[in-house]
Design a protein around this ligand. Sequence first.
Ligand SMILES: [Zn+2]
Length: 111
Amino acid sequence: MPAAPVCGPMTGPMDTLSERMRELHAAGWSEQCSVSDGGVRCDGCGCWATPEAVNVDKFYRFEGLSDPGDESILFAISMPCGHRGTVPAAYGKDTAPDVADVVTRLGRPRG
Ligand SMILES: [Zn+2]
């Protein structure tokens, strides 16, 4: 498998993720939300929601440069409380099972 293209020494996956997060913050997903207790915590008001109650507006995957099996995922979400924010999450072999479960449930298409 060919190596992922590298644009320069400063262009690592985390740089890309943080750049994308800045764009999303500027576009209105301005809260910092986080995976917590098997769901998502809204840092704007402190509320918590199950992955199924969170509306995922967009999400981005960033492949790890050192290990393509390690991904970072950035979700742009709308919480039930009305806040919009971003949730960065690691997804790889070292990810805790409860975090991986939330990421999987967030990423699942729903009708
Ligand atoms: Zn909130």
